[in-house]
Ligand binder design. Structure first.
Ligand code: NAP
Ligand code: F7E
Length: 337
């Protein structure tokens, strides 16, 4: 019998790559999707056979991190070997606008999943999607023992979720692992995170259908890696003899300005002609610099990043150029299921 995984946040960037990875490893994958008035499964539509298809190994279930009853029933029914809690209100700027909701879903949602796992008496390993945002204003390089100083409602919620996973490990002996992932990006990144906003705009400006790109703080430094490689680290974190917590990063820091310059440069344009600073995108409190020290992940998990800054920018810009071309040629089809 193959192993069974349950993923919250399966419709997001990481959920889609993790699903692919687990399906390729022979897992049966169950995912939680939220009820939404429009389609929200675009990133996994290519993987999703009809549930009655004899080869179907990916199954989606309506639930929500705000709804503990449905989480408990699902865990009882599915009896997963591994649970990946990736679901979250994950946008830092937006968390200042909806702090209570962010605390509920991103923070309390994690303890709802942990408690549902405990009361449903499921014998499984639990991965919590923790974040470099928890380090906030503590200067780089940041590693597993660096003190947290969160700078947003999102980061505060992630600190709560992080300690909840540690607490369930210590209180109940549950196998709970935190992956403290630094920013990781891809062509599937949400359009309102800065990298994707930039690469999408570059493609549109090159095609002559956008004039300007409005951005906030260009001085922030981030450690940007490639999402498909980071979900591998999530899986590895649950394959160890003992549960532990791991920083996953590239160890390289770059400013938002450097990302902008590299992206425009890739299509032969001068970014300074198109980028306008708009204070609307400033945050009430900023995280100035995140650069991860991933030595523990390298030593314990055998994990290391392969795709670094220049390649990441190139991959994302080229993907957005192709996507735009497909949209303009009407080549995109949506699966209605
Ligand atoms: P993402 O693309 O924003 O995906 C978030 C997922 O959570 C989506 O599937 C979303 O569903 C789901 N979700 C939101 N609210 C929910 C709720 N109330 N109940 C159930 N599911 C809900 O995020 P990501 O980039 O894949 O990141 C995955 C996880 O890693 C998140 O927890 C994020 O905070 C964390 N993280 C991300 C990074 C990064 O750089 N990407 C770094 C560190 C940690 P919809 O599709 O319906 O919105
Ligand atoms: O911002 C600056 C912004 O929104 C990066 C999430 O996945 O990674 C992500 O959080 C930087 C910040 O990501 C714009 O001020 C400038 O300094 O792409 P971002 P984030 O806030 O680092 C962490 C690890 C997570 O856990 C989160 O879930 O870019 N910036 N101008 C801008 N940011 C945005 N979004 N939009 C702008 O126009």
């Amino acid at each position: 019998m193959g192993r069974v995984a349950l993923i919250t946040g399966i419709t997001g960037q990481d959920g889609s790559y993790l699903s692919e990875l687990l399906l390729n490893k022979g897992y049966t994958v169950h995912g939680i999707k939220r009820r939404s008035s429009s389609f929200n499964t675009e990133r996994i539509d290519g993987l999703d056979l009809h549930p009655r298809h004899p080869d179907a190994r990916l199954f989606l279930h309506y639930s929500d991190l705000a709804d503990p009853g449905s989480l408990t029933s699902l865990l009882r029914d599915i009896q997963p070997d591994e649970v990946y809690n990736l679901g979250a209100q994950s946008h830092v700027r937006v968390s200042f606008d909806i702090p209570g909701y962010t605390a509920d879903v991103t923070g309390v949602g994690a303890i709802r999943m942990l408690e549902a796992t405990r009361v449903a008496d499921v014998n499984c390993r639990f991965y919590q999607a923790s974040s470099s945002e928890m380090f906030g204003s503590t200067p780089p390089p940041q590693h597993e023992d660096t003190p947290f100083h969160p700078r947003s409602p999102y980061a505060c919620a992630k600190v709560y979720a992080y300690w909840s996973a540690v607490n369930y490990r210590e209180s109940y002996g549950m196998y709970c692992a935190n992956g403290i992932l630094f920013n990781h990006e891809s062509p599937r990144r949400g359009e309102n995170f800065v990298t994707r906003k930039i690469t999408r705009a570059v493609a549109r400006i090159e095609a002559g259908i956008q004039d300007k790109l409005y951005l906030g703080n260009l001085d922030a430094i981030r450690d940007w890696g490639y999402a498909p490689e980071y979900v591998e680290a999530m899986w590895l974190a649950l394959q160890q003899d003992k549960p532990n917590d791991y920083v996953v990063a590239t160890g390289e820091g770059h400013t938002v300005r450097e990302f902008v310059a590299a992206a425009f440069d890739h299509v032969g344009l001068d970014w300074q002609k198109y980028v306008v600073t708009d204070p609307i995108y400033f945050r009430p409190a900023e995280v100035d610099a995140l650069i991860g020290d991933y030595r523990k992940a390298r030593q314990s998990l055998g994990w290391a990043p392969k795709t670094l800054f220049a390649d990441l920018v190139r991959v994302m810009v080229d993907a957005d150029r192709h996507l735009l071309e497909d949209e303009r040629m009407g080549r995109l089809v949506r699966v209605d299921r």
